[in-house]
Design a binder for this molecule. Structure first.
Ligand SMILES: NC(=O)c1ccc[n+]([C@@H]2O[C@H](COP(=O)([O-])OP(=O)(O)OC[C@H]3O[C@@H](n4cnc5c(N)ncnc54)[C@H](OP(=O)(O)O)[C@@H]3O)[C@@H](O)[C@H]2O)c1
Length: 291
């Protein structure tokens, strides 16, 4: 198997490149600079000259608030880009693994979201990702859509790194306590994708939509408290974290109050173990502080 990763400079793309070979999968990464997935001519030219047997789309427009004023760009990357990749993959008879998001849901469900729940995005980003999913379903019979949430890693911009910066700059931080989700390290997503690819390699037929997050759930407030508890092993963070309601931290796009994803389908289909979220968080904080 040779896996082609688009958007390989992002959080998930970077972790895929780091981990694939150790799992016996050849990998080729193309960054945004090397391949713009919104350009179907570039997609066809770049991918057809490479020995690709599976494409993983880790490219996305992920600036949730900016997307409200940049709708065309968000839809170009998050809907038209996956559509271009899906068309290429179908033409070549190869599978497409596409990453999507909890933001396709409005967060009003009282319990964890399953793959069968109807989408109802709250903003442009979520709508563009839902449209990308639909394009992949329509254009690529051999697809796996992997929805995940609350992604962080040692590189890129994310909640963990923002908290660490604020923890160095401030004495007190207010963090939203009435929104819950599953904090998920990009490295765990990479391992889940590799597990899916190995199942394909073994002759499985796993096409469809799956939810994947680390096990357990937390509010942003609980996530922040755990970040500082673990990070304090490496250096002092004498910051007080206070719980605040989402209404006290207004954003251009309302965030889902409930982002918890039911991941039983991926666990059962691929015999996949999900680590409870604090373990991968400790790994990432170690990586950040030891570099
Ligand atoms: N981050 C989260 O909390 C979160 C939560 C749920 C789901 N997800 C999903 O998980 C996936 C990976 O997210 P991530 O956190 O790894 O995102 P990320 O760190 O923002 O990486 C996205 C990558 O896509 C690249 N990109 C943007 N436009 C492109 C284009 N037209 N062609 C090719 N590459 C392009 C970006 O390059 P530039 O930076 O150079 O533009 C960046 O390297 C996405 O599908 C995202 O929707 C993320």
């Amino acid at each position: 198997m040779t896996m082609l990763v688009t958007g390989c400079g992002g959080q998930v793309g970077t972790e895929l490149l780091r981990r694939a070979r150790a799992h016996g999968i050849d990998v080729i990464g193309l960054s945004h600079q090397e391949l713009d997935i919104t350009r179907s001519d570039q997609v066809d030219a770049a991918l057809s000259r490479l020995p690709v047997t599976v494409v993983v789309n880790a490219a996305a427009y992920t600036a949730v608030d900016r997307a409200e004023h940049d709708k065309a760009a968000a839809f170009a990357v998050n809907r038209d880009g996956p559509a271009n990749l899906a068309q290429f993959c179908t033409g070549q008879g190869i599978p497409l693994i596409h990453i999507s998001t909890d933001y396709v849901f409005d967060g009003n469900k009282p319990g964890p979201y399953t793959e069968n729940d109807p989408v109802a995005p709250l903003g442009v980003y979520g709508a563009s990702k839902a449209a990308g999913e639909q394009a992949v379903r329509e254009l690529a019979p051999k697809h796996v859509i992997l929805r995940t949430a609350w992604v962080y890693s040692a590189h890129g911009h994310n909640f963990v790194k923002t908290m660490l910066r604020l923890g160095r700059e401030r004495d007190e931080i207010g963090v939203v306590a009435d929104q819950v989700g599953c904090p998920t390290a990009a490295g765990e997503i990479a391992v889940a994708i590799i597990t899916v690819i190995k199942a394909m390699q073994a002759g499985g037929d796993p096409w469809g939509t799956y939810h994947f997050c680390a096990a357990g759930q937390a509010s942003w407030y609980q996530f922040a408290c755990r970040i500082f508890e673990i990070a304090s092993r490496y250096r002092p963070y004498p910051v007080t974290v206070k719980p605040i309601p989402g209404t006290a931290y207004p954003t251009p796009v309302r965030r889902p109050a409930n982002s918890v994803l039911d991941c039983s389908r991926i666990e059962e289909t691929f015999d996949l173990d999900r680590r409870p979220w604090p373990g991968p968080l400790a790994d990432v904080l170690g990586e950040i502080h030891n570099n």
